[in-house]
Design a protein around this ligand. Sequence first.
Ligand code: SF4
Ligand code: SF4
Length: 79
Amino acid sequence: VSCQQCSEPPCVRVCPTGAAHIDPATNIVTMDNSRCVGCKYCIAGCPYNVRFINEETKAAENCDFCLHSKLAIGEQPAC
Ligand code: SF4
Ligand code: SF4
């Protein structure tokens, strides 16, 4: 399974920095990588076990429909 885009996402609730958040414009559960400290609380808190640390960015990640890449330029998600 991929990120279930929970309506009351535990990953957001447990994140101490606000890195994991709901995008106000789209309601998509996404990330602000610049605020992630890599504590992995969100990974422990996700009931679907779908979050992970991106080895390149060192930030936690979930499927956000390519919100900051593809959707941002009007394209469909990569998948
Ligand atoms: S990462 Fe996990 S807890 Fe967060 S919205 Fe997705 S499925 Fe829900
Ligand atoms: S790993 Fe990053 S996104 Fe996850 S809880 Fe910690 S600061 Fe928040």
